[in-house]
Design a protein around this ligand. Structure first.
Ligand code: NI
Length: 129
């Protein structure tokens, strides 16, 4: 990994694929990932880890559901949200967005439990930039 500063704008300019996170840094055993997103992802849950989201650009919506039911969490640039381990969630961005995620290295984009994965969703543990 580089020891140079990482320009997130430049990093995001290096790829166009949607729902296909790029690993821009590692922090101990965690990845810092950035992704371009548009439309809906898929309902899924990460059994063993929380998942951190920071919105960099655009409007981002996390649908979440747990024992208390389903709700939508709307996030603007500069806002963060942590989905607790085990909580089902479905990221979405009708008009497109750019996000940063922080999660353990090896974490799958669709978790361990998920609805059928549509073709536009990249099932990955993150790609090198
Ligand atoms: Ni997730």
């Amino acid at each position: 990994m580089t020891e140079q500063p990482i320009d997130l704008t430049a990093a995001l300019a290096r790829f166009d694929e949607l729902w296909s996170p790029r690993i821009v840094a590692r922090v101990n055993d965690y990845d810092v990932r950035v992704a371009k997103v548009a439309g809906e992802h898929v309902w899924h849950a990460h059994a063993h880890t929380d998942e951190f989201f920071l919105v960099l650009k655009g409007k981002f919506r996390l649908a979440v559901r747990d024992d208390q039911g389903e709700r939508a969490v709307d996030l603007a640039p500069g806002e963060i949200f942590v989905v607790p381990a085990g909580v089902e969630h479905r990221p979405a961005a009708p008009d497109g967005a750019e996000i940063l995620m922080f999660e353990p290295t090896g974490t799958s984009t669709v978790g361990e439990r998920h609805d059928p994965v549509p073709a536009h969703v990249d099932v990955t543990t993150g790609h090198p930039l």
